[in-house]
Design a protein around this ligand. Structure first.
Ligand SMILES: [Mg+2]
Length: 392
């Protein structure tokens, strides 16, 4: 290698581990029941003894593939590299893995390494990741997010009363019930509890075709939702643009996009109002920051998907970070993998004091997971047949 390697931060050792962790409360949306999160942890040790921890995850499927991709195809390549250059390592991994796809398992794997190297960079500077990445905001507003399509309107009301009690100024509920009347009953219940001033956000998890989406979202307008998230399949950019022209409800997408180019395509098509990149799915902090800056150039807010403990750092790094997603049952303290209380207080979240990403995982409490063929195959995705039966 011709470039100079900073001796002390030369990567000496990388180990990966996989854990399977059930959500702290039941999760069900229009297309999935989630039985577990899979956490892939990447531990990096440098020649001078410096350490850092990377995190990536799946919603129950593919964790062992992410781990194998790292172990079998990436770790040896990374040994001896300069760990103080996350963007350089990101580009190298991207090129290395690109011929097996531009996103998905590949970017999930890259994220494990990228988040570790950004943790390292921040630890080296003795500051939080949010400050190292720009420190545009000291805290951001958060929203209470629940994966709640199984709740009746009465149960939803009760849940949201707790959200209001805890001081949130915004809450997201699922839509995509078999009938529009059922969705409207949920919106009516939610708006009644949230009152006039709190934001109501909706997530359809790709439930509809464009004509159905236009019909439903226009009917939702009277409840003043602040966004409709993933109304359509993420590949249907033109459909999102059409829907956006036919409704006053802003469009939010991003959790199913994997590259900055995909976000750019949405922006160019006039198909999105709120960008929701997921740090793990876009390949880590390096690409997440590119997407956030791209959003800023188009005068759009960025609202990270999931991983609140890590996302609070990137959201506070940029001026357009707005509404951190705080998923009920998905906080790291709720999952029992970190100590401490909730990240969100009085509806806002701030990065913890201390250096790095500030996530001290308590992994000794968990058994590493080894996937067993057949064990979890049908649990997570509602099959098409089952969904059709539910629809009658
Ligand atoms: Mg969503």
């Amino acid at each position: 290698m011709s470039s100079r390697v900073s001796e002390s931060l030369e990567i000496e050792r990388i180990s990966t581990s996989l854990y399977r962790i059930p959500p702290a409360v039941p999760w069900e949306d229009a297309t999935h029941r989630v039985s577990a999160l899979e956490l892939v942890v990447v531990d990096v040790v440098c020649r001078d003894g410096s350490t850092a921890t990377g995190i990536t995850y799946t919603v129950g499927v593919g964790g062992s593939a992410v781990k194998a991709l790292l172990d079998d195809y990436c770790v040896d390549l990374l040994l001896g590299m300069d760990g103080s250059r996350p963007a350089r390592v990101w580009s190298l991994l991207r090129a290395h893995l690109h011929r097996t796809g531009s996103g998905g398992i590949n970017t999930l794997a890259i994220a494990g390494v990228d988040t570790a190297l950004w943790d390292l960079a921040a630890r080296q500077s003795g500051r939080s990741l949010a400050l190292v990445l720009g420190g545009a905001q000291t805290s951001v507003p958060a929203y209470a997010s629940s994966i709640d399509l199984f709740m009746t309107p009465a149960e939803l009301s009760e849940h949201l009363a707790g959200v209001v009690e805890r001081g949130y100024g915004a809450a997201k509920i699922k839509v995509g019930c078999p009938t529009i009347e059922e969705d409207l009953a949920r919106l009516e219940a939610a708006r009644a509890v949230l009152g006039d001033d709190r934001l109501l956000l909706l997530d359809a998890n790709q439930s509809w075709g464009v004509d159905e989406a236009i019909g439903r979202v226009r009917a939702f307008e009277r409840f003043r939702p602040r966004w409709i998230e993933e109304p359509l399949a993420p590949e249907d950019i033109e459909g999102h643009a059409r829907l956006r022209q036919r409704t006053s409800v802003p469009i939010a997408v991003g959790e199913s996009l994997y590259t900055s180019d995909q976000f750019l395509a949405y922006l160019r098509a006039g198909a999105v109002d709120v960008l929701q990149p997921d740090i793990a799915r876009v390949g880590g902090i390096t690409e997440w920051m590119r997407i956030a800056h791209l959003a800023a150039a188009w005068r759009r807010p960025v609202s990270a998907h999931f991983l609140a403990e890590l996302s609070v750092q990137t959201m506070c790094a940029v001026p357009n970070g707005w509404l951190l997603e705080d998923v009920a049952g998905g906080g790291f303290a709720e999952l029992g993998i970190v100590d401490g209380g909730p990240l969100v207080a009085d509806g806002r979240a701030a990065p913890p004091l201390g250096s790095g990403h500030g996530i001290d995982l308590l992994l000794e409490r968990l058994d590493p997971y080894r996937a067993t063929p057949g064990e979890i195959g049908q649990l997570d995705t509602k099959s098409f047949k089952a969904m059709e039966e539910e629809r009658g």
